[in-house]
Design a protein around this ligand. Structure first.
Ligand code: GDP
Ligand code: IMO
Ligand code: MG
Length: 421
């Protein structure tokens, strides 16, 4: 039977979506990305090689069709760098397909991203500075340029119009003007290079489903970074939650058969913004070192803390998660003891479900924790039955709090370091 499986981040990103997606792609026909851009960094260790994906769905490593859907924002420079890396790994890129409707990132978006961060001062978001927000802003403002627009007679005029208008603003802030002719000639070159990959991906996906083909959809970013459902304004400029998967691909709601939420046995965040269970102390430092928590895109050290079951329950609800993928159980086993946040207390009231009541009060919360012994060595194990009791208990406590099954357990960074339940 055909399956359309979606893999979504439940926290602040970097939960291991790439690894889980590549694993599931082993039994799929098409790998799909629908949201975000090269703010994403998905690390996959496959057949002994480590590859970081930013735009192309990592499932392509299984030599299946790979689709960059209409909801993705594409920086062509990054795309071709990634294509070059994958060619060196002998990946068959004739199976890469790029949506005609995907929006393009231009150099002015990157300048705007940095400028906006600077103007926000202490309120800065800590973006990846990849031009993601400004590209989505132009999309909403209806001055964005899509892949299909590159093949229209009007492309050069519209691109020059945009560069000219952006340059006027840059000059107001004392920034250098961008070289209009250089950008135009670079993008005309990208247009020709991209041509073989471009197609109507919505029809491609639906035709494939009619032929009973299975799709694995690799989410990017995560629920708490969602523009509508996350920690606004400390979010990304898209919808990484389930709704964004549909608008970013053209898949119908009823087409989706499984929604897997990914989290780690602890939590991490890069960039600014609230992080309720953060351990800005020796514990956080230890988790960072044990889990190698440094950004795949920006190399920034990730902020680390305990798993937050209250926020996770919210993420499970808003995405309709049907099963959990729990990564880094091996890492938590090296800590000896770990805490799981099971409630927030605010003004005498205990919240075991996430609520808007806490917005703006994150730093005032008293946290209720359950503490568990986590002294186990499970690196690379692939069978649930052989796990030590402490490891099983950790899984089962999470399962009972979230009310959904833990279907996949990560026991190491390699693509096959995974237990299926
Ligand atoms: P993504 O953005 O959600 O795909 O996640 P990232 O690739 O940014 O970060 C996840 C990191 O954890 C990567 O370096 C993975 O190789 C690593 N990883 C994923 N699952 C596991 C696991 O179960 N155990 C260990 N030790 N590492 C893991
Ligand atoms: P993956 O797919 C972690 C964060 C940034 C910043 C905020 C806004 O690898 O999980 P942006 O550049 O999107 O405007 O930045 O969102 N952010 C991520 N954090 N993993 C990601 O992607 C992220 N993508 C964006 O750090 O706080
Ligand atoms: Mg990442």
């Amino acid at each position: 039977m055909k399956k359309v499986q979606v893999v979504l981040g439940l926290n602040y990103g970097d939960e291991g979506k790439g690894k889980v997606s590549t694993f599931l792609a082993g039994n799929s026909d098409i790998a799909l990305r629908c949201t975000g851009g090269n703010n994403a960094g998905h690390t996959v260790e496959f057949n002994g090689e480590k590859i970081v994906f930013h735009l192309i769905p990592s499932g392509i490593l299984n030599n299946i069709d790979a689709v960059i859907g209409n909801g993705v924002v594409i920086d062509p420079k990054v795309l071709f760098e990634e294509i070059e890396v994958l060619s060196k790994h002998n990946v068959d890129l004739s199976k890469l397909h790029i949506s005609t409707r995907a929006h393009l990132i231009f150099p002015y978006h990157i300048v705007e991203d940095k400028l906006q961060e600077m103007l926000k001062g202490d309120d800065k978001v800590g973006t990846t500075a990849r031009g993601i927000g400004p590209c989505y802003m132009d999309k909403a403002n209806r001055i964005g340029l899509r892949v299909i627009d590159m093949y229209s007679d009007d492309f050069e005029r519209k691109l020059r119009r945009n560069i000219d208008n952006k340059n006027k603003v840059f000059q107001l802030f004392g920034l250098d003007k961008l070289d209009e002719n250089k950008i135009v000639s670079d993008y005309l070159e990208y247009r020709d290079k991209m041509k073989p990959y471009v197609m109507d991906t919505v029809s491609f996906l639906h035709d494939a489903m009619d032929l009973e083909k299975s799709i694995i959809c690799e989410g990017a970013q995560a629920t708490m970074l969602d523009m509508d459902l996350g920690d606004y304004p400390m979010v990304t400029s898209s919808n990484p939650t389930i709704g964004g998967i549909q608008t970013g691909s053209g898949l119908g709601a009823g087409d989706i058969t499984d929604i897997y939420g990914v989290c780690k046995a602890y939590a991490s965040r890069v960039g600014e913004g609230p992080f309720i269970t953060e351990q800005n102390n020796e514990i956080g430092d230890t988790i960072r070192e044990l889990g190698h928590e440094y950004g795949a895109t920006t190399k920034r050290p990730r902020r680390c803390g305990w798993i937050d079951l209250v926020a996770l329950k919210y993420a499970v609800r808003v995405n309709g998660v049907t099963g959990l993928a729990l990564n880094h159980l091996d890492t938590i086993g090296k800590l000896g003891k770990a805490k799981l946040c099971v409630g927030y207390k605010l003004n005498g009231k205990i919240y075991t479900e996430y609520s808007d009541d806490i917005l703006g009060h994150e730093s005032e919360l008293e946290l209720e924790y359950k503490e568990l012994d986590t002294n186990f060595e499970i690196a690379g194990l692939r069978n649930y039955n052989v796990l030590p009791e402490e490891a099983k208990k950790y899984v089962e406590v999470i399962e009972s709090h979230l009310g959904i099954p833990v279907k996949f357990i990560g026991t190491g960074p390699d693509n096959d370091d995974m237990i299926i339940r």
